[in-house]
Design a protein around this ligand. Structure first.
Ligand SMILES: Cc1cc2nc3c(=O)[nH]c(=O)nc-3n(C[C@H](O)[C@H](O)[C@H](O)COP(=O)(O)OP(=O)(O)OC[C@H]3O[C@@H](n4cnc5c(N)ncnc54)[C@H](O)[C@@H]3O)c2cc1C
Length: 418
């Protein structure tokens, strides 16, 4: 079967891998000169198979109000960019902020994320893929006893989900991340999630794209997708800057831009471009650097070690499709790394970056069919697209190939919103 993949981020490329492996003739269309140059370029590098948590939870609206009044904050509202779409998405997100929805959404996220962990492990056994990957867990650092107390309330959810975790004291935090000894007084305790991993999503995607090419995948780079032409219940062709492209099946993997492409087809995908930022810097002093991911609970900033670099990422800014780099946000992420790992990386010469997370109101990606027989969705991965990439891609490839997926599809498709 001829399959056309729309979008060359980590989601499109992992999909290309599994679809080509399943024997299909795969073409991937991407507007950039290479794959993974947009949201998949410089994310925080966490493979949070166990730390997968929906954004919408019971206490979130109150926290959001508090955060919006702080300068160093994980959440910002750019009111100048507010439009009807923003307000409508925020209302949908608010509707998810209760414990029933939280539990349902968490189970769905974990289902995909854990499957993804297995798929990553299988891939590492099969390919010599280099992506600064480490399997050394996540440490969430609490700075105050109040933060520890708040975390204790969430432990029941981790236990219920059978997630390997341990609430640890300051000394155990330092054993896990020895550089924290330099700021001993700033650490009150931590939550260790040993099953999580780390790695550079951009390196991974580029490397996997090379393996896809060896399997015969055709990459049409520098090619803009302008729209999808329908005929009855089918997609007839995709209009691009390189002309009309036809296939037997089409897979939507345009990240935050997916809803814009689907709206003219009367497919209403509630995906919002949630803006985030990162800094990437060379390691200056190995002994002062993290060994894996340290999540600063106060600012929700993740500090991740790659081989000879440190990536610091976070912040959720409600700013529609605005991709300007706001220097004020840089201060928030700089603050975390300077405060917890002083002297570790060359912060002054760090590369500042922004990306748009394709966020659904329930934090669960949208995987599955549409009302058009030959159009499939693999999009809306929000804060955890790198984590869920391999699992989502294996799942959608099985569906397109007419095979029974290895995980339960319940609640993952667009139908859950209708
Ligand atoms: C600051 C930040 C930190 C993050 N940290 C983590 C993390 O630690 N762990 C984690 O798991 N996830 C993280 N994420 C989320 C993760 O990066 C995303 O979920 C993931 O990259 C989404 O991948 P994608 O392929 O769907 O989107 P993208 O990577 O954006 O890919 C979509 C592609 O479609 C292309 N495209 C769009 N429109 C067109 C068009 N008209 N024509 C042709 N091509 C088009 C784009 O060029 C792009 O390459 C983070 C995100 C941000 C912003």
């Amino acid at each position: 079967m001829k399959v056309l993949i729309l979008g060359g981020g980590v989601i499109g490329v992992t999909s290309a891998w599994y679809l080509a492996r399943a024997g299909h003739e795969v073409t991937l269309v991407e507007r950039q000169p290479e794959v993974a140059l947009e949201t998949s370029f410089a994310n925080a590098g966490m493979l949070s198979f166990d730390y997968s948590t929906p954004w919408g939870g019971p206490g979130v609206p109150l926290k959001a109000v508090k955060w919006s009044l702080q300068e160093i904050s994980p959440l910002h509202f750019n009111l100048k960019e507010f439009d009807l779409n923003t307000v409508s998405w925020l209302l949908k997100m608010l509707a998810q902020c209760n414990s029933d929805a939280f539990n349902i959404n968490k189970e769905r996220m974990l289902r995909v994320a854990r499957y993804s962990r297995d798929c990553f492990a299988a891939l590492r056994n099969e390919l010599p893929i280099q992506y600064d990957g480490r399997q050394r867990g996540t440490l969430v650092v609490f700075r105050t006893p109040e933060q520890i107390e708040a975390a204790e309330k969430d432990l029941a959810v981790l236990r219920k989900s059978h997630i390997l975790h341990e609430l640890i004291d300051r000394e155990a935090c330092i054993r896990a991340e020895p550089a924290l000894a330099n700021v001993r007084d700033k650490v009150a305790g931590g939550l260790s999630l040993p099953g999580d991993e780390t790695g550079d999503c951009h390196k991974f995607t580029q490397s996997l794209a090379q393996s896809c090419r060896e399997l015969g995948v055709n990459f049409m780079l520098n090619t803009r997708i302008d729209g999808l032409q329908t005929k009855g219940n089918d997609i007839e062709f995709v209009q691009t800057s390189a002309g009309e492209l036809r296939a037997d099946a089409y897979l939507m993997a345009l990240g935050s831009y997916s809803p814009l492409m689907l709206a003219p087809l009367d497919i209403h995908l509630p995906v919002y471009p949630l803006k985030g930022y990162s800094l990437t810097m060379p390691v200056l002093d190995e002994s002062r650097s993290p060994v894996s991911t340290v999540m600063d609970e106060a600012s929700k900033v993740a500090i991740t070690r790659f081989d000879d670099r440190i990536r610091v990422g976070g912040i959720a800014e409600i700013a529609s499709y605005n991709t300007q780099l706001d220097q004020k946000r840089r201060r928030t992420i700089e603050h975390s790394v300077r405060d917890l790992f002083p002297g570790a990386g060359d912060v002054d010469n760090a590369t500042f970056w922004t990306g748009l997370r394709p966020m659904t109101p329930d934090s669960v990606p949208v995987l599955g069919p549409t009302q058009y027989k030959n159009l499939w969705l693999n999009t809306g991965h929000g804060t955890l697209g790198w984590t869920m990439s391999m699992g989502s891609a294996h799942f959608i490839s099985d569906m397109i190939s007419g095979r029974t997926p290895e995980i339960d599809p319940a609640g993952l498709s667009l139908a859950r919103y209708s």
